[in-house]
Design a protein around this ligand. Sequence first.
Ligand code: SF4
Ligand code: SF4
Length: 92
Amino acid sequence: MLEDRKPDRGFVEIDGEECKGCGLCVEACVPRVLRLAESLNRYGYHPAVYDGHGCNGCGLCFFVCPEPGAIRVFKLAAPERGARPEAALAAV
Ligand code: SF4
Ligand code: SF4
């Protein structure tokens, strides 16, 4: 149920044209929120895609990726008690 889901602690942006579809990020992601697309990019690779929710901001996908600029991770700051859930972003 969506209501039971913990708030995301981060999110990722993937440049599908820089990704070589090696799948290392998919294997490294513990919450399993990355996958390889069925479509091909212009180089003929199946790029990684983010499901859009569930990222914990751990950064593992960024550190295992051999392609500079293919994946960026943003951490969401934990909201202060009683504060609204909007969060400041910091790139890993
Ligand atoms: S930062 Fe961590 S949880 Fe988020 S997509 Fe990357 S490996 Fe998965
Ligand atoms: S590790 Fe990098 S190059 Fe490999 S699939 Fe993930 S984003 Fe693409």
